[in-house]
Design a protein around this ligand. Structure first.
Ligand code: AMP
Length: 286
């Protein structure tokens, strides 16, 4: 089946109604476009598990702060369509901002606590914008399953909590981070990096690997783990850490070294030049 492009909410609903009535399953992959192999891994997983695969491409203004890169965020729907066709997606849903928000939105989904900690503290309103648009996309597509990358680990946890709290009738599937050969997590924002900055970017995954080794060796005190990460990051003069978080993987609560959780989430936001890169790793406590 060739890839279909749908830009209107009503049209997507009409297209998917008979799918559901026929008892076929729908997988949704929400994205902001400028797709790469990381997004493709989500699409492949959705393709393997569902009858119909819908990928949304929407740069959501609600989740960008006033000083963030909404206007300059990279966009290329033709290239996205090519990648999606190659990976067997059925429908790309690419609405305009006016279609999604015909008037200023006054109703939001706020996942308390989880949304304001860590990355949420640094980007006020970000996770509220994410939860609101994802909830809206769920109401539009009514998927059986929705796919999210572990790269945005706190986002994945926020969405899981939203779905549990509000009883959204679908399953959330987390997909491991896809990396370049040098360990750099693929991201649409990597295009912002100059060659020199790109050469510095592997320091993120290197610092996470060092912390994983330390945890494997029995270190569970979050301050010690953070020091390992910061020590590696400090070796790279272009890297300015914005967030180094060590938390219980399932709740993102702080860790008590006397009662460590079964696994630890390491979450990083590091500025390299003007680009803010994220990376993450979940490590089982031995
Ligand atoms: P974005 O377009 O950046 O909003 O990302 C859309 C979805 O793709 C999110 O669920 C991301 O976590 C996921 N994603 C982005 N980069 C990667 C990657 N390198 N590996 C796996 N998933 C990713």
């Amino acid at each position: 089946m060739p890839l279909e492009t749908v830009t209107k909410i009503a049209e997507l609903r009409e297209r998917l109604r008979p799918v559901r009535q026929a008892g076929q399953s729908i997988g949704l992959v929400p994205t902001m476009g400028y797709l790469h192999r990381g997004h493709a891994a989500l699409v492949d997983r959705a393709r393997a598990e569902n009858d119909v695969v819908v990928v949304s491409v929407f740069v959501n203004p609600l989740q960008f702060g006033p000083k963030e890169d909404f206007a300059s965020y990279p966009r290329d729907l033709d290239a996205d369509r090519k990648l999606l066709a190659e990976h067997g997606a059925d429908i790309v849903f690419a609405p305009s901002v006016e279609e999604m928000y015909p008037r200023p939105i006054t109703t939001h989904i706020e996942v308390e606590e989880l949304s304001v900690r860590l990355e949420g503290e640094r980007r006020p309103g970000h996770f509220r914008g994410v939860a609101t648009v994802v909830g809206k996309l769920f109401n539009i597509a009514l998927p059986d399953r929705a796919y999210f990358g572990e790269k945005d680990y706190q986002q994945l946890q926020v969405i899981r909590r939203m779905v549990a709290d509000l009883s959204f009738p679908l399953e959330i599937v987390g997909v491991p981070t896809v990396r370049d050969v040098d360990g750099v997590a693929l991201s649409s924002r990597n295009v912002y990096l100059s060659p020199v900055e790109r050469a510095a970017a592997p320091v993120l995954s290197r610092s996470l690997a060092a912390a994983a080794d330390a945890i494997g060796g029995g270190t569970v005190d979050p301050q010690d783990i953070e020091a390992v990460v910061r020590g590696v990051l400090a070796d790279e003069p272009l890297a300015a850490p914005d967030l180094v978080a060590v938390a219980a993987a399932d709740t993102l609560e702080p860790i008590d070294p006397k009662a460590p959780p079964p696994s630890i989430a390491l979450m990083l936001a590091v500025r390299i030049g003007r680009t803010r890169l994220l990376d993450q790793r979940v490590v089982a406590v031995p």
